[in-house]
Design a protein. Structure first.
Ligand code: NAD
Length: 494
């Protein structure tokens, strides 16, 4: 990777950004815009259209029209596959440009952004391009005089609401399977990370996706997101973000057309280290990476570190040492380990968690403060608390920032009880040399994803989804396709 090219791209002026409706860039119906503030320096980077309810309704109507006339679903699978591959090619060709634009908008460190954003998005789109002509219907094992057929149909119009932490990766997790199955989509990027995703939407059109099949509206969740949720013409809503918004989307669905709602929400994922871990130093390195990368703004972040009592002090000291060696700062420098917090609001919330943890009696081992304030950007030290009780706020509420809470445990049973004592169930890990213990923990810890002797990094071949209040449904893998198809029975008398 080339720092010189990154530094050249970071100086580019960013033109104002409009909606994408029916293949055209369109301003908000009332002409309103909103500022995009860069978390790198707190300065206005550009503006985006501040969408109105009318804009969202226009995008949905366009998507409905595109679906009904079958301009996309009606194309031969090979043709759709070609468009999606061409889109992935274009994302790869523009990878650095997309990554730098995204980092200027959301603050992720560039090394991670390149892999996790355009890199992952292109791979996801290719995966579903390859999958689309391998999804067959079924013939039911009926009696002789009937034929029972099960067709797999696109659902129609998909509404996709995306968060700010990994807009391209998470966007592709929704767009890839939705478009592969022949649906039309209306996309709603997050207020604080829309630029790279909107650019990726442009590239879909350059790749030959027919106008109207993929529409995107920027603006406030409470306005355009709500209008999408309440629409009578959106068939499926797919969402990644907070539990608060997830609840609202379920209410919107109940108040409108009872659309299907799939939620990928937050977590409070336990990273459980036993004294018999095969390599405690590696476990410490990965524990630090698993919570501090992208300044902790990762849905599966290992934000609760459960450490067996006999190794607790030495292990925590090692994680703290690693945390202190991680360079916080300019996310566009290849030397940075921890980039910016996405917004001033998010930074303030993180610091409030620090205050609460201290007030509740946890011990601050390292970090806890804002740094590099003179840059105008939103930076925070990697922060570790010990003595976090299982009931403490820091053990129960998702921070979504670089804050790790450590809790000791004595036995396997106690580790399981602590691990399962939250409303969440997204991810977790166990570090042990015992094969039997590893399998017992996989079974007993209530999560959608369990890691053994590693943390994070699961590729697109496996599903990601939570249990409990971490959500429902799955992104990634062939299982994700289920969200974007309807089963239709044909019962034929012979
Ligand atoms: P958020 O819920 O505030 O926003 C997410 C999206 O929802 C944004 O696009 C926003 O504009 C939109 N939105 C907000 N209010 C809305 C409303 N009333 N109606 C419709 N849409 C609305 O969450 P966030 O702050 O952007 O993201 C952080 C949260 O997302 C964290 O809790 C994190 O754990 C979670 N997250 C989960 C995963 C996962 O895969 N499970 C991945 C990333 C982030």
């Amino acid at each position: 990777m080339d720092q010189v090219r990154i530094d050249a791209l970071r100086k580019n002026a960013v033109p104002r950004r409009l909606h994408m409706i029916n293949g055209r860039h369109v301003a908000a119906s009332d002409g309103a815009t909103m500022d995009v503030v860069s978390p790198l320096d707190g300065q206005v980077l550009t503006t985006v259209a501040r969408g109105t309810v009318a804009d969202m309704q226009a995008a949905i109507a366009t998507a409905r029209q595109a679906f009904e006339d079958r301009r996309w679903a009606g194309q031969p699978p090979a043709a759709r596959k070609k468009v999606l591959h061409r889109w992935a090619d274009l994302i790869e060709a523009h990878a650095l440009e997309l990554a730098v634009l995204g980092v200027r908008d959301n603050g992720t460190e560039i090394g991670m952004a390149l892999k996790a954003e355009p890199g992952s998005a292109a791979a996801t789109i290719r995966y579903y391009a390859e999958a689309l002509d391998k999804v067959y219907g079924e013939i039911a094992p009926t009696q002789d005089d009937v034929l029972g057929m099960i067709h797999k149909e696109p659902v129609g119009v998909v509404g996709a609401i995306i968060p700010w932490n990994f807009p391209l990766m998470i966007g592709a997790w929704k767009l890839g399977p939705a478009l592969a199955m022949g649906n039309s989509v209306v996309l709603k990027p997050a207020e604080t990370a829309s630029l790279s995703l909107m650019r990726m939407v442009d590239l879909a059109h350059e790749a030959g996706l027919p106008d109207g099949v993929l529409n995107a509206i920027t603006g406030e969740g409470a306005v355009v997101g709500e209008a999408m949720g309440l629409s009578m013409d959106v068939d499926v809503l797919v969402f990644t973000g907070s539990g608060t918004t997830g609840r609202r989307l379920m209410e919107y669905a109940a108040r409108s057309n009872m659309k299907r709602v799939y939620l990928e929400l937050g977590g409070k994922s336990p990273n459980i280290v036993f004294a018999d871990a095969p390599n405690l130093d590696e476990a410490a390195q990965v524990a630090a990476q698993g919570i501090f990368r992208n300044a902790g703004q990762v849905c599966v972040a290992g934000s609760r570190l459960l450490v067996q009592a006999d190794i607790h002090d030495a292990f925590v000291a090692r994680v703290a040492e690693i945390a202190e060696s991680m360079r916080v700062g300019d996310p566009l420098s290849l030397e940075t380990a921890i980039g910016a917090v996405n917004s001033e609001t998010q930074l303030r919330q993180n610091l409030e968690f620090v205050q609460t943890a201290t007030a509740e009696g946890a011990e601050l081992v390292t970090g806890g403060s804002r740094v590099l304030q003179e840059t105008g950007g939103y930076f925070m030290q990697p922060t570790i608390f010990t003595g976090v009780t299982p009931q403490a706020t820091l053990a129960q509420k998702e921070v979504f920032g670089p804050v790790l809470g450590v809790t000791p445990f004595a036995s396997e049973d106690e580790a399981v009880n602590i691990a399962n004592a939250t409303v969440y169930g997204l991810a977790g890990a166990v570090w042990t040399s015992s094969l039997s213990r590893a399998h017992r923990m996989i079974r007993r810890v209530r999560t959608g994803v369990m890691h053994v002797n590693t943390y994070g990094g699961a590729d697109g071949t496996v599903p990601l989804g939570g249990v409990g209040q971490s959500g429902n449904g799955h992104d990634k893998s062939l299982h994700a396709l289920e969200k974007y198809i309807n089963l239709k029975t044909a019962w034929i008398k012979l």
